[in-house]
Design a protein around this ligand. Structure first.
Ligand code: ADP
Length: 499
């Protein structure tokens, strides 16, 4: 057996041959040689292991160093950010980076507490504001009802007096009465609309309508005023305009009417040109441009941006000279914004103004549902029996005179309970139902009537233009509603629809 090299050398040096022949001795030497070999192996292993650990150690060290640098940089940046963010109440100075981390944590905690407190305050303030806004809306709704009810009588009586061949010397006064009452109604409607828009409660209807007809109707509606101002209205309608569109014709009409009536109002002996162009038509998507140009007084450059603010007019002399409240353009701009459009204006004092906007509308092949064709020219409701449920004397007078003027047979109930009793006994073709009445209101009366008569048309008469009246009226079981003060022609069409 070959001994370990070192042991071999030592055996040669110190041991004799006799010694090497003794079995016990050679056994011992075998064991020593094994130990030498195993020591070498262990040493080799441990040397190798130490080399690996040293490499790993330096890698970890490098990583730690990098991480430490990143941490230092982050703390530096965090403390710079925090000192920039310093509010009046927090006092943070960027300094020693080792201490900073604790200071930063405590500062962030302070900030979180402060933000939470501020958030609570904001929530409370928001709730307060919402309560106030609700109170404002309710107040307006009630006021509008209170004002509209007598106004209905004023407009109605004016209409009847003008209809009944007044003496020539009375005619001027009656016209002034009619105009003032109409202006008051426009004002109330404008305030209510503005309130609705501000509260985010203006809904847009989707129905089929003709832009051509809408614009023509607006021209007709402004013809009298234009004649009074000795103005000519020119209408330039694109020939290739599709016939029917889907959208809210009432709101678009409101926008156009505001612009046209302003153009007519602020122009004397001039021309108002209304242009409708088709800018784009792809599939059922159309883009239209509406422009309303006048040769009137114009607006000074520095006033141009103000005219869209609520209750703002270009000069304080305007109200005296032209009337108005300064709400029209504010409403116009807001309605257009809600329709993803905007209004543009160009004007030169003394030369005239030009207002315009583009509007995206869907075209449709659907026909317009119209009751216009059903309107008999002589307004006749002969043979129809109508139950008018209304407690306000003047409104009763107006409605009965109108209805009787159309030859309808009219009976009156003072309140809901009386109406229920009358319907149980008599035969009627239609019920006109006021909503707010003493003894029994219109909603309750309708529910009671529906228990024994499910078919008779019931139309609500309401002075309230806010608060989902339409929905409430339908839920109670009525078919439709008319908003007071009602325009006799619209009122007639509604009646005709259900009779
Ligand atoms: P109002 O007509 O009730 O005063 P508007 O909001 O419609 O309120 O208009 C605001 C103001 O803008 C008007 O008072 C007027 O000074 C100015 N304005 C609007 N349209 C015209 C126009 N076509 N020509 C001259 N000024 C106009």
């Amino acid at each position: 057996m070959a001994y370990h090299k070192l042991l071999q050398r030592q055996l040669k040096k110190y041991c004799t041959d006799e010694m090497m022949e003794q079995k016990a001795f050679t056994q011992f030497i075998d064991a020593v040689s094994d130990s030498y070999n195993s020591f070498d192996r262990d040493k080799e292993l441990s040397d190798h292991a130490f080399v690996i650990t040293e490499q790993e150690f330096s890698a970890i060290n490098r990583q730690l160093k990098d991480e430490f640098e990143i941490k230092k940089k982050s703390i530096r940046e965090l403390s710079t950010a925090l000192s920039n963010l310093k509010t009046e109440t927090t006092d943070f100075q960027a300094g020693n980076e080792n201490d900073d981390i604790l200071e930063i944590v405590s500062l962030i905690n302070q900030e979180i507490d402060k933000r939470k407190a501020a958030e609570l305050q904001l929530v409370a303030a928001k709730e307060e504001a919402e309560k106030a806004s609700l109170a404002k809306s309710e107040f307006l709704s009630i006021m509008s009802h209170e004002i509209r009810t007598p106004l209905n009588a004023v407009i109605g009586m004016g209409h009847l007096l003008l209809r009944d061949n007044p003496r020539p010397d009375q005619l001027g006064n009656l016209k002034a009465l009619k105009t003032s009452a109409h202006n008051l109604l426009v004002l109330i409607n404008d305030i209510l609309d503005f309130n609705k828009i501000e509260a985010g409660k203006l809904d847009f209807e989707e129905a089929v309508f003709s832009v051509r007809k809408l614009v023509t109707d607006i021209v007709t509606a402004n013809t009298n005023a234009a004649e009074e101002h000795e103005n000519r209205i020119l209408l330039q309608m694109a020939e290739n305009l599709p016939e029917n569109f889907i959208g809210d014709s009432v709101r678009l009409g409101q926008v156009l009417n505001n612009l046209v009536s302003n153009a007519v109002k602020f122009t004397q002996c001039g021309v108002v040109t209304i242009t409708v162009q088709l800018l784009q038509l792809e599939g059922d998507k159309a883009v239209l441009n509406f422009s309303i140009k006048d040769t009137g007084v114009g607006i000074a450059a520095e006033k141009l941006s103000n005219i869209f603010l609520p209750f703002t007019q270009a000069s304080s002399a305007i109200t005296r000279q032209f009337g108005g409240t300064g709400l029209g353009l504010a409403i116009t701009k807001r309605i257009l914004n809600l329709l993803q459009s905007d209004i543009t204006v160009e004007s030169l004092p003394g030369k005239g103004s030009s207002f315009g906007f583009n509007l995206q509308l869907k075209t449709t092949q659907q026909a317009i549902i119209s009751f216009d064709n059903e309107q008999s020219p002589e307004f006749d409701l002969r043979g129809k029996r109508i139950l008018l449920v209304e407690d306000t004397l003047f409104n009763v007078m107006f409605a009965t005179q109108l209805l009787e003027g159309w030859n309808a047979k009219t009976e009156v109930a003072d309140n809901g309970l009386e109406a229920v009793n009358m319907l149980q006994k008599g035969q009627y073709d239609l019920v006109l139902m006021d909503l707010q009445m003493p003894v029994m209101d219109g909603y309750t009366a309708t529910i009671k009537i529906r228990e024994f008569n499910s078919s008779i048309p019931i139309i609500a008469l309401t002075a309230s233009a806010t608060n989902n009246v339409r929905e409430k009226v339908m839920i109670a079981g009525m078919q439709d509603y008319v908003t007071k003060p009602f325009n006799p022609d619209d009122f007639y069409l509604k009646l005709k629809k259900y009779l």
